[in-house]
Design a binder for this molecule. Structure first.
Ligand code: FCB
Length: 454
């Protein structure tokens, strides 16, 4: 394995999310989440898949922790299922649900793995959705209360927290276009969802810090935006898309202002932004979580025709993942250097909280005893190696990056794609739930061991 030597103390790890791996959706008092509701609606998810069982991590977590320990990671990003902790999203905590994360945290610490929980990775309690979900400002205050409940139980051992996962994706896929839960297609009427998630993040940041957190981050999906041509219309459309996808969630947090989205027909001063909100939203964070998969290519479009002032274009002549996503590692360097140029001293240290690819794995014929079917996922190794190198170039260019967490430890429930997209270092056989480390697992393990030797 040939990787450059990263700075001392750089944290290597893996990421997962509750609904994608846990299963056990009705156990120990867990309430329903919007993803339970959504996956059980006919036609929503490929092959009718649901997260009812997923990787059964809720029961098999000791095996998964053992896999992580053997991998030699420094940090594990997982998410806490709000409906396990508060089945209806508010009120008396469910101690059995909290107990699950309590045991998980202890086991991680025993193995020297730093827990990095995300408080919400999209699985909002259904009862809060019934009251409007993120369209309702109250959800932000419920989230702050929930944060207090979680840190009261785990805060003695967990010092680093991520508030929300990818508010842009939840806004766009969940509320504007409708391919994720809760399945709303409100287009730009969904904008309160952006603001209320940001408000929730700010309120929770203060709660977490007040209860002894040393590090509070948010995990944003960030993409470098490239214009499809040198035509000024395309360049302008790319800027609009950049403002919508990236700046809408970074400017308020880092600068305390919203970007100008008037080109999308949005008012400069929407009524759902109340006095004082931006001060709360810009509460200092200690790190920015960046989820990077690929750049985005944008051309101008006629809003009268499509409803949008921009249109997506494919990248030509690049490799693609099984999902069809373009593989462009330099996009990661471009993104990070661009963030540093844009935000300067306002940019906190960065952790890559997700990066990875899906591959069309087929295990080689099982060994005679039927135990291990090897998975030769050379494409994932190449993806990881090239992206980690691209990350290193950003560090060389002066960007302060403190960690890299790959998506994902396990093949898991990939939202609208169900189990058809496999992102794991470890294969999960969804019939038997057997875990089979892939070649990429062994590669990452060797890479991490080499980093430790220096
Ligand atoms: C991200 C999600 C994560 C996973 C990857 C592939 O947008 O945060 O849960 O599904 O995509």
């Amino acid at each position: 394995v040939v990787l450059p030597g990263f700075p001392q103390g750089f944290r290597w790890g893996v990421s997962t999310a509750s609904y994608q791996i846990e299963g056990a959706v009705r156990e120990d008092g867990r309430g329903p989440s919007i993803w339970d509701t959504f996956t059980h609606q006919p036609g929503r998810i490929k092959n009718g898949d649901t997260g009812d069982v997923a990787c059964d991590h809720y029961h098999r977590w000791p095996e998964d922790v053992a896999l992580m320990a053997d991998l030699g990671i420094d940090a594990y990003r997982f998410s806490i299922a709000w409906p396990r902790v508060q089945p209806t999203g508010r009120g008396t905590p469910n101690t059995a649900g909290l107990g699950f994360y309590d045991r998980l945290v202890d086991a991680l610490l025993e193995h020297g793995i730093k827990p990095l929980p995300t408080l919400l990775h999209w699985d909002l309690p259904q009862a809060l959705q019934d009251a409007g979900g993120w369209m309702n400002r109250d959800t932000a205050y419920h989230f702050a209360d929930y944060s207090a409940v979680v840190t009261a139980r785990l805060g003695d051992r967990v010092k680093s927290w991520i508030t929300l996962n990818e508010p842009i994706v939840h806004l766009a896929y969940g509320y504007a276009f409708g391919m994720h839960a809760p399945g709303e297609a409100l287009m730009f009427d969904a904008m309160p969802v952006a603001h209320h998630q940001l408000l929730a993040h700010g309120l929770a940041t203060a709660v977490l810090r007040g209860s002894g957190a040393e590090e509070v981050l948010i995990a944003n999906n960030c993409t470098p935006v490239r214009a499809a041509s040198e035509q000024p219309e395309d360049a302008a459309a790319a800027e609009i898309y950049d403002a919508f996808h990236n700046r809408l969630f970074l400017d308020p947090i880092l600068l305390g202002t919203y970007p100008d989205l008037s080109a999308m027909g949005l008012p400069a001063d929407p009524e759902f932004v109340e006095p004082g909100d931006l001060e709360i939203i810009s509460t200092r964070i200690d790190g920015l979580g960046v989820n990077y998969y690929n750049p985005t290519r944008i051309a101008a479009a006629d809003p009268a025709a499509t409803g949008l002032p921009f249109d997506f274009r494919e990248f030509e002549g690049v490799p693609r993942t099984a999902f069809g996503w373009p593989v462009i590692p330099e996009g990661l360097t471009e993104l990070l250097v661009g963030l540093k140029e844009r935000y300067g001293d306002a940019l906190p240290p960065i952790t890559i909280t997700e990066n990875g690819c899906s591959t069309a794995d087929e295990p080689a014929a099982a060994d005679e005893d039927g135990t291990v079917g090897a998975v030769h996922d050379a494409a994932r190794i190449e993806y990881l190696e090239s992206h980690i190198n691209a990350l290193y170039r950003a560090i060389e260019a002066g960007v302060d990056v403190r960690g890299y967490l790959t998506w994902s430890l396990l093949d898991n429930f990939e939202w609208a794609e169900g189990y058809s997209q496999r992102f794991g270092l470890v294969r999960v056989d969804f019939e038997t739930l057997r875990r089979i480390p892939k070649d990429s697992y062994h590669w990452y393990r060797a890479a991490l061991a080499a980093q430790r030797k220096g």
